[in-house]
Design a protein around this ligand. Structure first.
Ligand code: SF4
Length: 363
């Protein structure tokens, strides 16, 4: 292991310098790290299922599911277990080895809806597929219950740096995010946490977010790198999309700071050329999301992805190659139970400045 890979502590200056290196050098370093820990020809295909869409009380400035913005998204109630099972089987047939179930909730509340999500986890784990959830903030007991149900991963993105966070979200704090990640870490569930570029943040913000992720002990098993998909009706509708070069640099920098992590090329792939995506794979991305929609935003068609894999000689990663399949504990044998938790997570008073500016402009 060379110095770069064994390095635990990074300074902001070092990471910004790494990000800004001449591209060929950055790519070489990232690809070299990638080959030490991963098969460079293997990419995991995952599918996102929006199990509960829209109507979210949060104010994430990039998100069309926030109830306060007028977007194309229509709120839908929680899907049935059978609906999710059918979608998961179809995704598995298309080559997905991981299903991520997303619910537009601020946080998990104990009760019948969470019980249904636990049933979804039990059902999907039986399909021999990696099961991931992204449900908002989570207490330790709720994380334990998901773990007992057989959850493989929990996604909870940091989105950006702690400094930039209040510019994009004012309804919760960065510390809330870190607390949920800590709660998940107390269980057997793996951690998936990443961010979004192209929201007006600086390169220093990107570096700071990667340093925060890289400093978690252990580092997250999975880090999604998203490019903002500006959606009409959100405060970020007029933002320019991040360039392919920014995505490649971000993926490469993430790969170097998080050598063993699965780096996921997530939202924004629809705007990327095939050549651009190939560069991201070379830089260390080893997962994509398949399906024509990523929750509510467009994504390349699965057939296009299969063609690209064929062109590049890539093969798909099978489920549980990185960590063994969790056991599902039956309801009868469960140790952790419904505590009726209605946790009060923080509500900072800060308002998203960009939203107010946008509002005034409209008036
Ligand atoms: S990103 Fe998640 S928490 Fe934020 S508004 Fe959208 S659905 Fe809600």
């Amino acid at each position: 292991m060379d110095n770069m890979e064994s390095k635990q502590k990074w300074t902001q200056e070092e990471v910004v310098a790494l990000y800004n290196k001449p591209l060929m050098e950055l790519l070489y370093e990232a690809a070299t790290t990638h080959r030490k820990y991963h098969d460079p020809n293997k990419v995991q295909v995952s599918t996102l299922i929006s199990i509960k869409t829209g109507g979210c009380p949060e104010d994430c400035a990039y998100c069309p599911q926030a109830a306060r913005y007028h977007t194309h998204v229509k709120a839908e109630s929680l899907m049935s277990v059978e609906q999710v099972k059918q979608q998961a089987l179809a995704a598995k047939a298309r080559g997905s080895s991981r299903i991520c179930m997303g619910a537009a909730w601020r946080n998990v509340k104990d009760g019948h809806e969470f019980d249904r999500v636990l049933d979804m986890v039990r059902t999907l784990n039986k399909l021999d597929i990696e099961v991931c959830c992204t449900l908002g903030m989570l207490t330790e007991n709720q994380a334990q219950r998901l773990s007992e149900a057989g959850l493989y991963a929990y996604n909870h993105n940091l989105d950006s740096s702690a400094d930039y966070y209040p510019e994009i979200i004012s309804t919760r704090s960065y510390d809330d995010r870190l607390q949920t990640i800590e709660n998940v870490r107390k269980t057997n569930i793996t951690v998936c946490s990443g961010g979004i570029i192209g929201m007006g943040e600086t390169i220093a913000d990107r570096a700071k977010m990667l340093i925060t992720l890289a400093s978690l002990i252990p580092q997250p098993e999975s880090v999604p790198i998203n490019a903002l998909v500006p959606v009409m009706g959100t405060p970020m509708e007029a933002m320019d999309t991040a360039s392919i070069w920014e995505m490649v640099r971000m993926v490469a920098t993430a790969r170097i700071l998080l050598p063993k992590t699965q780096v996921r090329l997530s939202a924004g792939r629809n705007y990327m050329s095939k050549e651009g995506q190939a560069l991201c794979f070379f830089a260390g991305a080893n997962s994509i999301f398949s399906g024509d929609k990523l929750l509510t935003t467009p994504n390349p068609d699965s057939n296009e992805d299969l063609d690209l894999f064929k062109t590049l000689g890539l093969v798909t990663q099978q489920p549980f190659e990185k960590k063994s399949q969790p056991q599902t504990v039956t309801k009868e044998m469960a140790i952790y139970h419904d505590l009726g938790e209605r946790p009060k997570w923080s509500r900072p008073e800060h308002t998203v400045v960009r939203n107010s500016a946008k509002q005034q402009k409209k008036e």
